[in-house]
Structures are given as structure tokens and as C-alpha cells.
Unconditional design. Structure first.
Length: 192
């Protein structure tokens, strides 16, 4: 039976156009996902590598114990951003936050602490550091070593070592004892 109802013809045309639109949208999404996975699924990371990068830090003293002629211990918070020196994505443009203990007592002077780096996706890398742990094979990295202990998201399972050096920056304006440093690192990592 043939219908002469104009609304039935219109609904058939609309249904056909909707189906075509859905198919075109699905096809475009599939092509986009195939050729731009970093945009669709977040940045991907190599499973193993090396990277030289610098963290530009501002340090803020939080509290201290200072006993004249005996020693001083100061807790510090450091915040900053990273810059990959080769222009690569790994360890580039990440936010950094560290908490540290700076000890000076007699001939003992060291800083120990822990840091977290976060990328634009919110994925994080966690490390500890010790200024007494020097990598003798890299004499220019004479300030200490970070030990990468883990991560979240795309960095889950990451481990590695980051010998570093410390470059003091000019004194910061204003009160509070804040100071700035650039911390170049030579990082070797692996994600398992």
C-alpha cells in the first residue's frame, strides 16, 4: 500500500539524513583517533629513554631550627616548571613541587627531599633526592641525584635516576627569604 502522507515521506527523508550524519561522524571520529591518538587519548610516552631537562625553581623557607655554633635545619618548599633541553615532550612543561630538609651541622651539609612533577593531563612522576648521592660518572652533575620511584597515568611503573646540578639565580625581591635556582638534570628512565 502506497502512502500519500507528506509527513511520512518527510520522516523517511529525515531518518535517512540522520543515519548518513551518524555514519559520517563515526567515520570521522575513527580517522581522527587513528591519526591523532595523542590528542584523543592524551600524550603517549616512550617506555625507556634519557632526557636532559631543567627545573626553574623558587624555594620558600617554611620553618627552621637554628642553634648557634651547633647547627641549623630548615624545611623548604620549592615550586617551578620544567624545560626539556632537547625540545622533546618527556619532562617538558611540567609543574614541579618539592619538599626538602636542608641540614647544616659542623661539616655535615646536605638537602634531602621528595618531588612530584605533573603534566598537563594531570599524570605525575614522584621522586626522592639526596645531595650526598653524587654520580661520579657525571662530574658536572655535582649537586645530587633524584631517584624516580613511580608515577600515575601514563607514567605508572616509571623508575629512574636523575643526577643534577644546582645553579643559583639572582636574589629575589621582597621579604621572606625566598630564593631561586635552576636545577639541570640528566634523566634516565624506564616504564615497566
Amino acid at each position: 500500500m502506497k502512502s500519500n502522507c507528506p509527513s511520512l515521506k518527510l520522516s523517511t527523508i529525515v531518518a535517512g539524513a540522520t543515519a548518513t550524519t551518524v555514519v559520517k561522524t563515526a567515520l570521522f571520529a575513527g580517522i581522527f583517533a587513528a591519526f591523532a591518538p595523542a590528542v584523543v587519548f592524551g600524550q603517549s610516552v616512550e617506555k625507556k629513554g634519557t632526557a636532559p631537562y631543567v627545573t626553574h625553581f623558587v624555594f620558600r623557607p617554611i620553618t627552621s631550627i637554628d642553634i648557634a655554633n651547633l647547627g641549623k635545619a630548615t624545611t623548604l618548599e620549592a615550586v617551578g616548571t620544567t624545560q626539556n633541553m632537547k625540545g622533546e615532550k618527556m619532562l617538558d612543561k611540567m609543574s614541579a613541587q618539592c619538599v626538602a630538609l636542608n641540614v647544616a651541622s659542623g661539616d655535615k651539609k646536605y638537602i634531602d627531599g621528595a618531588c612530584v612533577l605533573a603534566d598537563s593531563d594531570g599524570d605525575k612522576i614522584f621522586s626522592t633526592f639526596d645531595t650526598r648521592d653524587l654520580d661520579k660518572s657525571q662530574p658536572k652533575m655535582d649537586c645530587g641525584t633524584h631517584i624516580i620511584t613511580g608515577g600515575t597515568g601514563k607514567y605508572k611503573g616509571i623508575t629512574g635516576r636523575e643526577p643534577f646540578t644546582c645553579i643559583s639565580m639572582p636574589a629575589l625581591a621582597g621579604p621572606g627569604g625566598y630564593f631561586a635556582m635552576d636545577i639541570p638534570h640528566n634523566t634516565t628512565w624506564e616504564i615497566k
